[in-house]
Design a binder for this molecule. Structure first.
Ligand code: ATP
Length: 282
């Protein structure tokens, strides 16, 4: 028996960092959605947990988030069996697209099935928080308002229709180093989350876009000027909005019209090596 789980990339339509808890964790308020750029996680029964990938860059040991997810679920459920996990990696690594978290979430969903646990998504999401703050969202991988330390996931239903162009500059960003540098006493751009939510609810693309922003963007963009250059180029070629995802460095542009998205995509291809034209998942 082999189980294959799709592990889609996520983007942050909005990201607001509200405050730091006394233990250093951040309090988030984010609107997230998933796109059809995905890893594939293959899981087979085995006596112990092993992880392999086709990427060449990723650890194939307990440092891999997929391995950590399997260990946490083993511990929580008391299951003795292991699993042979293989990751077909398509999502760029350390890009702000949540690839590692999505692999971990795919392992939780896949092992829930393989081991016949019957856990709800809520329970898997809670378990996933032990691995990384984006794992609870990735257990759902559907448009949601995410709050708390990442563990409160409220699905939002359908989005207005749009196309997404992703451009990843050739730098890798360490999320912990950006979060350490984030100073709550400084002024940051903030999304208007209520407006983003109202836009989604009314399937009103323009309203959704008018509330979008990412509070981590100025911290990452100071270190990597490529980010603002990519944003400016996307806007110049017709994107309705351009924004960094997560802690970066990937920039995404949203376009209500497919012809515009094609123009943005083609213009970015000559400028940046890793560019993707994708849809949100429905
Ligand atoms: P986040 O914003 O959630 O930190 P990200 O999209 O910026 O995520 P990832 O691709 O998840 O970045 O990688 C973050 C780190 O996690 C990298 O240093 C990478 O080596 C490590 N990692 C461990 N397991 C995985 C995995 N299965 N896929 C990708 N990265 C992994």
């Amino acid at each position: 028996m082999e189980i294959t789980q799709k592990a889609p990339a996520k983007i942050n339509l909005s990201l607001d960092a509200l405050y730091r808890h006394s233990n250093g964790d951040h309090e988030w308020r984010m609107v997230m959605t998933s796109v059809d750029l995905a890893d594939y996680v293959h899981i087979k029964p085995a006596g112990r947990i092993t992880v392999t990938t086709d990427s060449g860059f990723l650890p194939e040991d307990p440092r891999n988030l997929a391995y950590q997810a399997a260990r946490v679920l083993q511990r929580e459920s008391g299951v003795r069996a292991g699993a042979k996990i293989h990751i077909e990696k398509n999502i760029p690594v350390a890009a702000g697209l949540g690839g590692g978290s999505s692999d971990a979430a795919a392992v939780l969903r896949g092992l829930n099935e393989l081991w016949g646990l019957g856990y709800s998504r809520e329970r898997l999401a809670k378990i996933g928080l032990q691995v990384d703050s984006d794992v609870p969202y990735c257990v759902y991988s559907e448009t949601a308002l995410v709050s708390g330390r990442g563990e409160i996931v409220q699905p939002l239903g359908r989005l207005p229709q749009f196309w997404v162009v992703l451009a990843k500059p050739s730098v890798s960003v360490s999320t912990p180093s950006i979060l350490r540098a984030f100073d709550y006493d400084e002024k940051h751009v903030c999304p208007d989350t209520a407006t983003v939510l109202a836009g989604i609810k009314g399937l009103d693309f323009d309203l959704m876009v008018s509330g979008m922003a990412n509070s981590l963007e100025d911290v990452t963009a100071v270190r990597y000027p490529e980010i603002n250059a990519l944003k400016a180029r996307m806007l110049r070629y017709g994107a309705d909005v351009a924004q960094m995802s997560g802690s970066g460095p990937t920039v995404f542009g949203l376009c209500a019209k497919k012809s515009r998205a094609m123009r943005v995509y083609n213009s970015m291809k000559g400028f940046c090596k890793e560019v993707y034209l994708v849809h949100t998942l429905t």
